[in-house]
Design a protein around this ligand. Structure first.
Ligand SMILES: N[C@@H](CCC(=O)N[C@@H](CS)C(=O)NCC(=O)O)C(=O)O
Length: 204
């Protein structure tokens, strides 16, 4: 069994890693799980920005939730949780992960940063950006909605870690009221929420 330590906290992006660990059937040591872990000296030794999640896998530090979740899935090839390295399906995994993390998540993350008082102080927030964030998220959501009209899951028509990573982003958008208008995205999210090990918070 690999040795896995996960710096985590409830519904933060560490939920992607916890969900993957549970699907993989791997034991792990949870570190933190309290708000004061963010920015702590201990966490900064693994993540240069002191953000969650971060992991130590067999003594090797790794940060970025998608990288951690994918690395965990690769630890258990017999579970078929991720497209095999070097295959076209793996290139499509990379495609959808990059799409979620660059074309979708920044907009909802920016809205959160500019509306909640936990990372950027109110005095430095730019609430005017929120409307534009919603517009940009919806543009990408519409593209993904069209794809999910033709398949239940993103890779090879079966559930993989790709859906864990992308599903978290879609749920982030749903939290901000940006997903209900997309029927395929909503049905996809519901499929994910119904999985036994799903760690996504159900919003509305
Ligand atoms: N791209 C990073 C984002 C990490 C991130 O922003 N994590 C949040 C919690 S979900 C955090 O630690 N925020 C603290 C802060 O912004 O200072 C990932 O997916 O791991």
């Amino acid at each position: 069994m690999p040795s896995i330590k996960l710096f985590e906290l409830g519904p933060t992006r560490s939920a992607r890693c916890r969900w993957t660990l549970q699907e993989a059937g791997l034991e792990y040591e949870s570190i933190g799980n309290a708000p004061d872990i963010i920015g702590s000296e201990e966490l900064r030794k693994v993540h240069p920005l002191g953000k969650l999640p971060a992991a130590i896998i067999d003594g090797r530090p790794l940060f970025e939730s998608a990288a951690i979740a994918t690395a965990i899935a690769d630890l258990v090839p017999e579970q078929d949780l991720v497209a095999k390295p070097g295959t076209w399906s793996r290139a499509l995994h990379d495609q959808w992960v990059c799409f979620a993390l660059t074309e979708m998540e920044p907009w909802v993350w920016s809205t959160e940063l500019n509306s909640m008082d936990f990372s950027i102080p109110k005095s430095q927030q730019v609430p005017a950006i929120i409307e534009q964030n919603a517009m940009m998220f919806r543009r990408s959501a519409a593209a993904l909605d069209a794809v999910l009209g033709k398949t239940n899951y993103l890779i090879e028509g079966r559930f993989t870690v790709t859906d864990i990573i992308v599903g978290y982003t879609i749920n982030f958008g749903h939290e901000q009221g940006l997903v209900s208008e997309f029927s395929n995205l909503s049905a996809y999210l519901e499929r994910l929420l119904q999985r036994e090990h799903c760690t996504l918070v159900r919003f509305g």
